[in-house]
Every structure is written in C-alpha cells, then in structure tokens.
Write a protein that binds this ligand. Structure first.
Ligand SMILES: *[C@@H]1O[C@H](CO)[C@@H](O)[C@H](O)[C@H]1NC(C)=O
Length: 322
C-alpha cells in the first residue's frame, strides 16, 4: 500500500515536469528523474516533495538543520488552522493538497510564460516542438535513437510528448490553452489524462516491450540490487512479490495488463494527499494519539523537510529568503 503510494507519487514527480528555465533541461531531467524509483533513496525526497511542494523541498535541501527546523516550525503554525496546538490528519491533508496545487499552478505558469511569452490563448504544437525538440533537427539520426542507461531515446521522448499532447488537446485544434497545457505537464492531476499516465507508466516498466508487466519488471521498477552485491532481497521486496501474485495480478495470468496497472497506480478512489498525511502522522506520532504536536513534528524534522549540514548549504541558504 505504502509502496504503491510511493510509486504513484514518484511517477507524478517524474511527470510533474521538472521546473527549469530551459526546456531541454526538462528533457534531460526525464533521464535523471528515474532516480526517484531507486530503492529507498526516493522515499525521503518523496515525503519532502509532498509536504513542501517540489520547489520548496529543493530550497530546504540546501539549508543547515537548525534553519530547516526553524522554518518547519513556522509552517507547523500555519498548518494548525484552528490553533489548538495540534496538527490533525485533516489539517495535514489540507496542507498537502494546498502545497501540491500551489506547485502545479506555479509550474504551469512558469512553463506557459516560457513557451507563450505573448500570452496568446493557445500554444500550437509546432511552437512547443521547436522550443523543446528543435535541437534534434541538427543531431545525427543515430544519436536520436541511441538509448541512455534508462532506455530512453530522444526519438521516444518526442513521440511520447506528441502523443500526450494529443490527449491533452480536448478540442483537437492541435494547440493547447492554459488548462490543457497544465494537463499536458501534470497529467496525474487530471482525470481525462489518466489513461495516458497508465500507458506511459506501463511502457517504462515493461522493459521487454511485450505489452505486459512481469513480476520481475514490477520488482525491477522499485528495487535494484546494488551492482556486484549478491544480497538477499529485503523483506519489503518479498512482500511486493506476494502482493503481485495474490493481489495486483487479478486474473492470475502471471502478468499485469493495462487494466491491472491502472488499478495499481491510479485506483479511482485513491486520495494521495490523505494517504501521505496518514503516512506522516503514523511516522511522527510519538504518543500515538493520531495528531501531531509541534514537538513531535520537529523531533522528526527530517521526515518532513530536508537539510544539508554543510557550509556550502549555509552559504546558499543566506541567499534564499523564505
Ligand atoms: C481550455 O479548453 C477547454 C476545452 O478544450 C476548456 O474546458 C477550458 O475551460 C479552456 N481553458 C481556458 C483557460 O480557456
């Protein structure tokens, strides 16, 4: 359950379009963002992104621990809407929803201005393609189809974006207005984009391209043993194997098809914000009363926010007013 939450939100992190001035950077980040899937590494980052929004999470990562805690204290006061000294599940859920929406709105605005500086009502595909993929016209065709370590090629990414564009383009004029463009950048936030999220996820996991997900592909997506180390699989991985066999593979044919992948990553009733709020309360609730005091949150500050205990971090922080 938790893992599926991680996966689902890790996927949104990948799709969430990586904030950057330069769109071809966004493209490259498709590559590096695959890191989000690796072992336990992404767990913390994932919680921080959910709690703060991706932009703020990055800022906190650069702060020394004391400063990070101090700012967290200020946030806790904001979350505790009724000022009763406790952060409840509902308050935390509302906060997470708010930070996520803020991030999506800011990110959409940033990309919209960048691609459509004159603020026209519609952004045509050709304009977008030239901005983002124009450099491909000068590349050696061989380079375009050479997969990187995660198996992506520039040609694939262009095809994928083209297909996603079509899905987002509800009125089929091959241009996106701001709302449609937000769906293109953040498909996981839009019901009408759910099928494309499932399809893209499926393609990422289905390494042998046979159109279905085997148990090894399923596991390979969330766990990779370190190179050269012949370690026994951790318990959570074994549990995931059981989960695959007894639950995810509903028709027991040994594979996940598109429908089963959909039930896994995008169950209709699943509320990300609530699941994440439950997870955070569970992890930080020292006295198990199902609400959090400021002390409980600050005690576990590294669950909620990042920090970096170096002089380098401190130097950066000084330039970064909260
Ligand atoms: C964009 O177009 C869609 C229909 O394709 C419409 O529902 C939506 O309201 C439009 N958004 C804006 C900002 O005009």
């Amino acid at each position: 359950m938790l893992t599926s939450l991680f996966i689902a939100l890790a996927i949104s992190a990948v799709f969430a379009g990586v904030p950057s001035q330069d769109e071809s950077k966004r493209l490259m980040d498709h590559f590096s963002d695959a890191e989000h899937f690796k072992n336990e590494h992404h767990n913390k980052q994932f919680d921080h992104d959910a709690f703060l929004g991706e932009d703020q999470a990055k800022t906190f990562d650069q702060l020394p621990p004391e400063e990070s805690r101090r700012r967290l204290g200020i946030i806790v006061d904001k979350i505790d809407i009724d000022k009763d000294g406790f952060v409840t599940l509902v308050e935390l859920k509302d906060w997470i929803r708010y930070t996520q929406k803020r991030y999506i709105d800011d990110d959409t605005e940033r990309h919209w201005q960048q691609h459509n500086p004159n603020n026209e009502e519609h952004l045509p595909w050709e304009t977008y393609r030239k901005n983002v993929y124009g450099f491909m016209e000068e590349m050696d065709p061989k380079e375009l189809t050479t997969p990187n370590s995660e198996g992506f090629t520039y040609s694939n990414l262009l095809k994928r974006d083209r297909r996603r564009w079509h899905h987002a383009d509800q009125d089929e004029d091959d241009a996106l207005n701001r709302t449609e463009f937000s769906g293109f950048l953040h498909p996981e936030e839009y019901g009408n984009m759910r099928d494309i999220v499932v399809l893209e996820t499926m393609e990422d996991i289905d390494k042998d391209n046979d159109g279905k997900v085997s148990v090894d592909e399923y596991i390979g997506d969330m766990y990779k043993p370190e190179d050269g180390i012949d370690e026994e699989e951790p318990d959570w991985v074994k549990q995931e194997r059981e989960q695959f066999a007894s639950y995810r593979d509903a028709n027991k044919d040994g594979y996940l098809d598109a429908g089963e992948v959909k039930d896994w990553i995008a169950p209709p009733e699943f509320d990300h914000a609530e699941a994440e709020a439950r997870h955070l309360v569970f992890e930080a609730d020292g006295d198990a009363d199902e609400k959090l005091t400021k002390e409980e949150i600050l005690d576990k500050y590294d669950l909620f926010v990042g920090s970096q205990a170096t002089d380098f971090g401190e130097a950066l922080a000084r330039h970064d007013e909260f």
